[in-house]
Design a binder for this molecule. Structure first.
Ligand code: TYD
Length: 206
């Protein structure tokens, strides 16, 4: 695997995707793969500052400001972290990426979807996930799973989160080769088995 593999984890807040990402990290490392875990927003120094504004700003953040901040974080992350890691042959597991922006800022906030897709492609400049795992879950169940204090995005309301879920399902319909749908209503172990099967398939093809 000379070029590495780029795998993104997507889904609602409370879908359990981060738990699965960590389990897959251990699974792959046990098999001897060189794995790097990262996330958006906020993997790097600049991103951490952007993340703080996005998730914890108490003043008004306009929808366009929010959109550009997520994209700015992504541009920096793709160029200075993800691409170099892939060149070194690593498997990069990324908690959220381009699809989050289309689902949250596009379908959720109502920003122009096609424009967002273009802006995403400018931000990442040729970087596309080899695989995207989409953890789909009933919106009510997902919201109930978040027991810690909710951040700015998580308090956006049930209707917003329903739109985000529908957005993700639209993206899945448009990209069935790249995006694999996983039923995240199931137990952690069942979801992990489903995730592993898809990852093993990808490894066989790579
Ligand atoms: P985070 O705490 O990382 O949530 P999670 O553990 O659910 O991934 O917060 C990221 C929040 O930012 C989450 O609510 C989704 C949102 N988000 C967007 O709205 N657009 C984006 O492009 C990205 C990357 C995240």
């Amino acid at each position: 695997m000379k070029q590495g593999l780029f795998i993104t984890f997507e889904g609602a807040d409370g879908s359990g995707k981060t738990t699965q990402l960590n389990k897959i990290k251990t699974f792959l490392e046990d098999k001897g793969f060189d794995v790097t875990v990262t996330r958006e927003p906020g993997a790097l120094d600049i991103g951490q500052k952007i993340r703080d504004i996005l998730l914890h700003c108490e003043g008004n953040v306009s929808d366009k400001c929010e959109m550009f901040l997520f994209l700015a974080d992504r541009a920096q992350h793709a160029e200075t972290f993800i691409k170099p890691a892939l060149k070194e042959g690593k498997i990069v597991l990324c908690d959220r990426h381009t699809d989050s922006t289309v689902a949250y800022q596009g379908y959720g906030r109502g920003q122009d979807i096609e424009l967002l897709k273009k802006l995403n492609s400018i931000a990442v400049d040729g970087l596309t996930p080899d695989l995207t795992l989409l953890y789909d879950i009933d919106t009510q169940t997902a919201q109930q799973r978040i027991i810690r204090e909710k951040d700015r995005m998580e308090t956006a309301g049930i209707e917003f989160h329903k739109k985000v879920r529908n957005g993700y399902l639209e993206l899945y319909k448009e990209n069935p080769d790249r995006i694999k749908l996983i039923n995240a209503n199931n137990s952690i172990e069942t979801v992990f088995e489903d995730t592993k099967k898809i990852i093993i398939e990808l490894l066989k093809r790579s």
